[in-house]
Design a protein around this ligand. Structure first.
Ligand SMILES: C[S@@+](CC[C@H](N)C(=O)[O-])C[C@H]1O[C@@H](n2cnc3c(N)ncnc32)[C@H](O)[C@@H]1O
Length: 330
């Protein structure tokens, strides 16, 4: 905080006093001191009472509205302005940081422009409804859980867990889920039978493990994993290494004959987000494992999927959301 201007500011009243203090006799000096002492009780700035108009610094001669207030007030103004500036920097930073994981709070609003929720990816899944039925599913990067709940409802999965790195999105997902539960008649048996919507759960967490060594304790526990519009965000935040680890983890978490449903973003969609954080920028610059390499990697011995097929290309009206969806079989 720059206080220099505030320190040199002089009250006009004190300048007037100074002009009247022209006497050089002892008496006048005593008088002068008395005035100083009197003023001292009113203001701490009295010590500058001897300063003449000519001594006034330029900042006090051409004063801005802000400078016209008392020093104390101006200090407050300066402090509060500084606060506003600091606030706006924080707010700007927050805005930038807010969606660093693709954790958009209105994601399904962008994707589904109509009032009624209809995700065109569900049309692609429709042709494979048997693949979903009675399966234990993990939906990685579930956002606010809208699609997770819809998949559970439409395809009669045995259970589904939605996982997301953003705690607020998980809270939102629970709210949506609770609304679904409240729609049921009071005497419903769904809870007892563990069927929709009581077969849905949400978990907050980062799918990328702190260390690759943790892959060693990974156990098969799902029959299907959904990895939809997520790879770009893992890639940008955790680099080639993080994404490769996530692919290995998906394989390890699947039971034999399990399937991975993968909808990856193409590399040309990365550039727009490359400057959100320094880490993202560094990771982006260092990428050597490109989306066109994902298939070969997933089918390689390093991961282990047996085969892969194109599930479909959703007919989204926005070209950016038309991403091919693939099935990888364990
Ligand atoms: C672009 S959204 C896609 C949402 C949803 N999968 C879909 O396609 O409708 C990406 C989501 O992945 C989440 N995410 C990103 N990185 C993650 C990570 N490392 N672990 C868990 N979730 C993550 C974000 O918070 C965000 O909600």
């Amino acid at each position: 905080m720059d206080l220099s201007c505030a320190q040199t500011y002089i009250e006009p009243e004190l300048v007037k006093q100074d002009e009247n203090l022209k006497e050089t006799t002892e008496e006048s000096l005593v008088k002068k001191r008395r005035i100083e002492n009197k003023s001292d009780q009113n203001s701490k700035e009295v010590k500058v009472a001897k300063v003449t108009k000519e001594d006034l610094p330029s900042c006090s001669k051409t004063r801005t509205t802000e400078q016209r207030c008392s020093p104390r007030k101006r200090l407050d103004v300066q402090t509060s302005n500084e606060g506003i500036q600091e606030k706006s920097v924080i707010q700007r930073k927050k805005c930038k940081q807010k969606f660093i994981y693709g954790n958009y709070s209105k994601y399904y609003g962008y994707r589904n422009m109509g009032k009624v929720f209809h995700d065109v990816r569900l049309d692609v899944f429709d042709a494979y409804c048997n693949l979903f039925a009675e399966k234990r599913v993990l939906d990685i990067g579930c956002n606010a859980g809208i699609l997770t709940i819809e998949v559970a409802k439409r395809f009669k999965v045995k259970s589904i867990i939605g996982l997301d790195i953003d705690r607020h999105l998980i809270d939102q997902a629970f709210k949506v889920l609770n609304k679904q539960k409240k729609l049921l008649p009071l005497d419903n048996e769904c809870k007892k039978l563990e069927i929709f919507p009581f077969n849905i759960n949400f978990v907050h967490g980062n799918y990328v493990l702190k260390d690759d060594v943790l892959l060693e304790i990974e156990k098969p526990q799902f029959q299907m994993i959904l990895c939809l519009s997520l790879t770009k965000w893992i890639h940008l935040n955790f680099g080639d290494k993080g994404l490769k680890q996530a692919f290995k983890r998906m394989y390890l978490q699947l039971e034999p004959q399990g399937v991975l449903i993968l909808e990856a973003q193409s590399f040309n969609k990365y550039a727009k987000r490359k400057k959100i954080t320094d880490t993202i920028y560094r990771n982006y610059q260092a990428i050597q494992f490109f989306p066109q390499d994902f298939h070969a990697y997933l089918l390689s011995t390093e991961v282990g999927f047996k085969s892969c097929e194109l599930m479909g290309l959703p007919a989204h009206c926005k070209a950016g959301f038309q991403r091919p969806i693939y099935i990888f079989y364990k």
